[in-house]
Design a protein around this ligand. Structure first.
Ligand code: ATP
Ligand code: MG
Length: 382
């Protein structure tokens, strides 16, 4: 089937009153970056949509796949463009015959009211005309497919169904954030939800490998590349955990996890300052494991001025897993990986007090270790 264009619609952007122009420009920039390198004829901004013009060489499959990763798009669809007259619309509608799986419902609307016909008349004329054709239209609510017709002043758009976009807001419109990414199931999902609300992620991962090249060959870069499809690239800081581990050697192991969390937040805060990021994102979920109590989280985050976002706060584990599968990160997350948090600690404290963490932090001189660890970090862009 020879489509004329792919129409891209943004939903929530309309809610943002004053920011609307900035949001549309950001989405337009993100869409252009997402389709860069793919074959298409043109890309243009319309009044309330974007249009990717297609020609015989265009890579429709590639374009559809790329667009399905762009937050801020509510739906998109390959379309046919007809003249705003019933005969041409019917002729173009027929070309969808082969794409349709079963019953096809018709829905019409006009964005220009000056035509001789209204939406009802379009629908009834199309229904009538289709009676004599092999491609039958109807008004069944339970139809397998829907043919949408939108009539503007000078043209009409026709498409079969809508392809759901990510929804949400364009990446970058909520500023940068530092994502604390482990090798686990939760933090990649948290990163997705942060991106969906317009945050541009900069990843921070603490690794336990003795040499830093090993982390580059691990599953972590693969996970980040899977997530980077939504942000069209990503910057990562790989920070070694051994400096912390050496400094915390003599610490009561029950407190090591909550102190390490404080350490991770503090390192994240330092990197946030350097990168002008306003928030920190983690994969924590309230009460999911013994260490993720409100008390522990409060004790860990003390002193951090950046907003700490925990997009999975209210998620059950099975909901997180379902989303991880959908994102394609689940398979990588469950692969064996020696994560920092899984070592040494058998019975972590569940009600640590901030002052206790302060004391242990000072005793192990962890402030200095933060700076040292950042100096030993490897920063990579994908
Ligand atoms: P996840 O599935 O994301 O690993 P989790 O349920 O295993 O989470 P924890 O191990 O307590 O929980 O980690 C809580 C959060 O701390 C993670 O979601 C992540 O944001 C951060 N975190 C844990 N380990 C690391 C690490 N090695 N590097 C960076 N961040 C980490
Ligand atoms: Mg973990």
């Amino acid at each position: 089937m020879k489509y004329d264009a792919i129409q891209i619609r943004f939903g929530e952007l309309w809610l943002k009153g004053e920011n609307r122009d900035a949001f549309i420009s950001a989405l337009y920039r993100n869409v252009s970056n997402a389709v860069r390198g793919l074959e298409y004829a043109s890309l243009s901004k319309q009044r309330d949509s974007f249009m990717v013009g297609l020609d015989g060489k265009s890579d429709i499959e590639g374009l559809v796949s790329a667009l399905s990763y762009v937050p801020g798009i509510s739906w998109f669809s390959p379309i046919m463009i007809a003249k705003p007259e019933l005969r041409d619309m019917m002729r173009k509608a027929q070309s969808f015959a082969r794409e349709a799986k079963g019953k096809v419902r018709i829905e019409a609307k006009r964005s220009f009211k000056g035509h001789k016909f209204n939406s009802m008349e379009i629908v009834s004329a199309m229904l009538k005309a289709s009676k004599t054709k092999s491609f039958k239209l109807n008004l069944d609510k339970d139809a397998d497919d829907t043919l949408y017709i939108t009539v503007e002043k000078e043209r009409a758009f026709l498409h079969l169904n809508k392809i759901n976009g990510v929804g949400g807001l364009p990446v970058g419109t909520s500023g940068k954030c530092i994502v604390l990414l482990s090798g686990g199931i939760d933090s990649p999902v948290a990163s997705f939800y942060a991106m969906k609300r317009g945050l541009l992620p900069i990843y921070l991962h603490f690794y336990t490998f003795p040499d830093r090249e090993a982390v580059l060959k691990s599953k972590i870069p693969k996970m980040i590349k899977a997530l980077a499809k939504y942000s069209n690239g990503a910057k990562v800081y790989y920070v070694p955990a051994y400096l912390f581990q050496a400094a915390a050697m003599k610490m009561d192991t029950r407190f090591e996890l909550v102190v390490f969390k404080r350490f991770m937040y503090n390192v994240a805060a330092r990197i946030a300052e350097k990168e002008a990021a306003l928030s920190i994102v983690t994969g924590e979920s309230i009460g999911q494991v013994a260490s993720q109590t409100i008390e522990n989280m409060s004790a860990s985050q003390k002193g951090v001025s950046q907003l700490i976002l925990r997009p999975l706060s209210g998620f059950d584990k099975d909901e997180i897993i379902r989303k991880a599968r959908q994102l394609g990160t689940y398979g990588m997350s469950i692969q064996e990986y020696k994560d920092v948090c899984s070592i040494r600690i058998k019975r972590p404290a569940t009600r640590a007090a901030a002052e206790q963490v302060d004391r242990l932090y000072a005793r192990c001189k962890l402030d200095a270790v933060e700076a040292k660890s950042i100096r030993a970090a490897l920063s990579v862009s994908y």
